[in-house]
Design a protein around this ligand. Structure first.
Ligand SMILES: NC(=O)c1ccc[n+]([C@@H]2O[C@H](COP(=O)([O-])OP(=O)(O)OC[C@H]3O[C@@H](n4cnc5c(N)ncnc54)[C@H](OP(=O)(O)O)[C@@H]3O)[C@@H](O)[C@H]2O)c1
Length: 368
């Protein structure tokens, strides 16, 4: 039995072709599933031939013939890097830009994170503006990091809010990633204002995202745990005994600073719905979470298999560090009303994330 739902092979392919950047990523993998199910032909950018082949292999059983192609973009921050792809693989009607560095630390904040995030976005928009009159909509994966304003939180966040993080703060490791998302999104809206291209833009401002692993990792014999995406890593750590002391007692890390999550499949559906929705920001949040609540769900859902492995922490006497009555709130009505998103809950998201990790490990063992 597979725990990860496969997309359905479409009966008829649509005419509108989609360019999807960052195709090997966690979010992009699910965007691709949603595009496939909805019958879009897609050209996916990946950083190497090997990654492209792996991606096609992972998708081959449920895509229509020639529905997916890949093109190589080693580094999105290289000027005009998208030009040949637009010329060789177009015409495109839609573009979804997910590629951006997402890690917790960077050796060089500017070269490794801020430049690819910001210049990668503006260079893509510039190439589309110059070379692709057929494109009507560009959907950009931004982040709740471009909305939230710690430590001076609003009572309720929605799409009207902008992070006030500065370029100077971006040089400090704890602020680099969130600043990259704010500056990249601002650069996109400025590009639109300054150049009046033939396309409009929508952004998906998803919060901390959990859910089934990237499809191209499943059954990969070349797996390294370094490939687990940043936001699922805490669930991976729990499943691998890192929240448990040698005596079995719990060693649960603090949840702060982020206590909101969204399921990656809802984020993916939001991207695809945003291809034809009004061009604006969409804040996407499924609910609140804490590390204690994740551990509780995993204990309840996987006591058998993970209990037997001796990796789960003993939760007796543990405190939940999330206090809803003291926490700021979120308003995601726009994503529900205009994109039709019905958010999955924490249990489903965590259960399916862990299910995919177990399934994935079986594949690795079988192949190695
Ligand atoms: N996951 C979350 O909690 C979350 C929340 C809010 C927003 N987001 C946004 O969602 C998007 C995808 O994130 P993710 O969680 O899916 O992370 P991910 O799995 O690390 O995916 C990032 C993708 O971007 C590609 N990439 C990074 N730097 C690049 C560069 N310089 N040139 C070319 N490609 C590059 C990566 O390629 P390689 O893997 O080959 O390096 C990968 O395909 C990002 O824009 C991120 O900011 C994520």
């Amino acid at each position: 039995m597979t725990l990860i739902k496969l997309p359905q092979q479409p009966q008829i392919l649509r005419k509108e072709k989609v360019l999807l950047t960052g195709g090997t990523g966690f979010v992009a993998s699910h965007v691709l599933d949603s595009l496939v199910t909805n019958g879009y032909p897609v050209v996916v950018t990946v950083r190497s031939e090997e990654k492209g082949r792996r991606l096609l292999h992972a998708l081959s059983s449920f895509t229509a013939p020639n529905q997916i192609q890949y093109a190589i973009v080693p580094d999105i921050s290289t000027k005009n890097v998208f030009d040949p792809i637009l010329c060789d693989h177009g015409p495109f009607t839609y573009v979804i830009h997910t590629a951006s560095p997402y890690q917790l630390s960077f050796a060089d904040p500017v070269a490794d994170c801020l430049n690819p995030a910001i210049n990668g976005t503006t260079s893509l928009l510039d190439s589309l503006h110059r070379l692709c009159p057929s494109v009507t909509r560009v959907v950009i994966t931004s982040s709740s990091a471009a909305i939230l304003n710690p430590p001076h939180h609003r009572d309720v966040y929605d799409e009207s809010s902008w992070s006030e993080v500065t370029w100077e703060q971006a040089m400090q490791p704890e602020h680099t990633y969130r600043a990259s998302k704010k500056f990249a999104e601002q650069a996109a809206w400025s590009f639109l204002r300054d150049n009046s291209p033939g396309f409009t833009v929508a952004t998906i401002n998803n919060t901390y995202t959990f859910g089934p692993l990237s499809r191209s990792l499943i059954n990969s014999s070349r797996f390294s745990s370094a490939e687990i995406n940043t936001s699922n890593r805490r669930i991976w750590d729990l499943v691998h005994g890192k929240w448990r002391n040698a005596d079995g007692s719990a060693n649960i890390p603090p949840t702060a600073p982020v206590f909101t999550f969204v399921d990656v499949r809802d984020v993916a559906d939001a991207h695809v719905a945003a291809l034809t929705a009004p061009g604006q920001r969409y804040y996407t949040v499924g609910g609140f979470f804490s590390n204690y609540q994740i551990a509780k769900v995993v204990e309840e859902e996987f006591k058998g298999v993970l209990g037997a492995r001796g990796v789960l922490p003993d939760l007796k006497g543990q405190q939940d560090d999330f206090e809803e009555d003291k926490h700021w709130k979120f308003d995601v009505r726009r994503s529900k009303e205009e994109l039709g998103i019905r958010y999955r809950g924490l249990r489903e998201s965590v259960r399916d994330a862990v299910g995919s990790m177990l399934e994935f490990e079986k594949g690795v063992t079988a192949l190695s």
